[in-house]
Unconditional design. Structure first.
Length: 192
């Protein structure tokens, strides 16, 4: 009887385990892995998300790195190309939190951008939950159906933590440098 109960509990536990959805779908990884090509001596650049999307990932000292796809490709080629069979596999592992890169690769104090999560923002995110967190740090744009980052709610040193929490919830930031506005967009919309 004890075996039956134990097996039943184990079965229920296995069924109830939730599988986390990856941060980047297989299609998104495909687009990010596209490095462009050369046709008839002309360089054809990769699609826009591959070059200009901000990417965040953890490194071994519990810091987070902010980098773009081209810069991440450099680290792959220089340090990880023998460890992974393709850049696509590397991206999938790094961006979906299955692989943590070595902090020793990021020794330069200013490049790439590294940070630890702001304790106040981390606590706020945990207490509010994502939907309320988004409401606090986003406001409607003048254009319909667009959100912009509400920087008036940010104190010094909080920007990267806020954008990281948006990022892990599948929202990306695109900056309009001329207007000084950061647009918040769903990741799936960026890859259409």
């Amino acid at each position: 009887m004890k075996r039956i109960i134990t097996l039943s509990l184990l079965f229920c536990l296995l069924i109830s385990c939730e599988r986390k959805e990856p941060n980047f779908s297989e299609e998104m990884i495909e687009m990010l892995a596209d490095r462009g090509e050369i046709k008839d001596g002309v360089v054809i650049l990769p699609p826009i998300p591959a070059s200009f999307t901000d990417l965040y990932f953890r490194i071994t000292n519990n810091e987070i790195v902010l980098i773009n796809g081209n810069e991440l490709y450099f680290f792959y080629k220089k340090y990880y190309s023998t460890e992974f069979k393709s850049y696509k596999d590397f991206l999938n592992a790094v961006l979906n939190d299955e692989f943590i890169m070595d902090k020793e690769l990021f020794k330069h104090p200013k490049y790439p951008k590294r940070f630890k999560l702001n304790a106040e923002i981390k606590k706020e995110y945990s207490n509010l939950g994502f939907n309320e967190f988004l409401k606090k740090y986003a406001k409607p744009s003048l254009r319909k159906k667009e959100l912009i980052l509400n920087k008036s709610n940010l104190k010094e040193g909080q920007y990267l933590s806020v954008t990281y929490f948006l990022y892990i919830n599948k929202y990306d930031i695109s900056s309009d440098c001329h207007l000084g506005i950061d647009y918040i967009r769903k990741r799936e919309d960026s890859f259409k």
